[in-house]
Design a protein around this ligand. Structure first.
Ligand code: SAM
Length: 291
């Protein structure tokens, strides 16, 4: 059995051996706690019939654990300097392969076809680079890849926003976007002390169970997301003011009152009080009105 990488001693040895200086600009905070790794891997519900896609393997701490559980592991890493290291640390795991590239540029559809054709389901499992957490999650969701779970370590505040229910300050367009595609569940909060180097913020592991069907029906998904985004442009303003600014002129904005009334939505409410079903009804009514 190869030695676990996620300890301070082993991680420092690997970094030293290869003379590697970690890059803050690439979000390189490496996990050095085996318990946290076990929680991440456990939440992904993997077995030998499943595939795992990792984003940002670093020196392979999580990749090794994934390769022990899943039938097939593919890890996308942007930093070329890590490739020879990964070759070494992943040598005992023939079911793991590394793709060099920027996850935001990689053609994930082609990657799935090439690497995951034989598996019964794929989950994304990663300790994400924090500078691009949201773009990565949105890319995974919008491409409607055949994913089962997305289990990721991210900044704690972002995890709270993804899982937020209506009514609080954390609830916004990110909550709705994520919850449209997934059922989110906070797995655990992680202190900044379990990384080398330590980030300035606390982290959380979140599991997004990808839904087979959206929880609400809308006539036009893109317009629904546009309405949600417009509604939160100025959080402290009413839904009426935000939507009037986006879709109406001074002369026509009275009609917005009728549209809101037709959905039973009080124009003085703020976006943060509206549930996803209300946004869906509102988007459809507004779309019909503007057509
Ligand atoms: N998985 C390792 C661990 O848990 O210790 C490293 C996680 S570290 C937080 C993030 C990793 O993502 C780094 O290895 C970094 O080089 C990589 N990365 C950063 N930006 C990336 C991008 N656009 N595409 C792919 N990988 C990226």
């Amino acid at each position: 059995q190869p030695e676990d990488i996620a300890t301070p001693k082993r991680t420092n040895e690997v970094l030293k051996k290869h003379g590697l200086k970690l890059k803050k600009s690439l979000g390189q905070n490496f996990l050095i706690d085996q318990n946290v790794l076990n929680k991440i891997v456990g939440a992904a519900e993997l077995d030998a019939t499943k595939g795992a896609l990792e984003i940002g393997p670093g020196i392979g701490a999580l990749t090794q654990q994934l390769a022990k559980r899943a039938g097939r592991v593919v890890a996308i890493e942007i930093d070329q300097r890590l490739l020879p290291i990964l070759e070494e640390t992943l040598a005992p795991f023939p079911n793991a392969s590394v793709v060099h590239g920027d996850v935001l540029e990689v053609d994930l559809g082609a990657l799935f076809a090439e690497h995951f054709a034989g598996v019964s389901g794929v989950s994304v499992v990663a300790n994400l680079p924090y500078y691009i957490t949201t773009p990565i999650i949105m890319k995974l969701l919008q491409q409607k890849l055949p994913l089962e779970n997305i289990v990721v370590m991210i900044q704690k505040e972002v995890a709270e926003r993804m899982a937020a229910k209506p009514g609080g300050k954390d609830y916004g367009s990110l909550s709705i976007a994520v919850q449209y595609y997934c059922d989110p569940e906070l797995v655990t909060i992680v202190p900044h002390t379990v990384f080398i180097p330590q980030p300035n913020v606390d982290s959380a592991v979140i599991r997004l169970k990808v839904r087979r069907e959206a929880p609400v029906r809308t006539d036009d998904e893109a317009f629904f997301f546009d309405v949600v985004q417009a509604s939160f442009v100025q959080r402290r303003k009413t839904i009426y003011n935000n939507l009037a600014a986006r879709y109406f002129s001074k002369e026509t904005k009275e009609q917005l009152g009728e549209v809101l009334a037709s959905c039973g939505i009080d124009p003085s409410r703020r976006a943060e009080t509206l549930g996803m079903d209300e946004f869906a009804a509102l988007a459809d009514a507004l779309r019909r009105h503007l057509a």
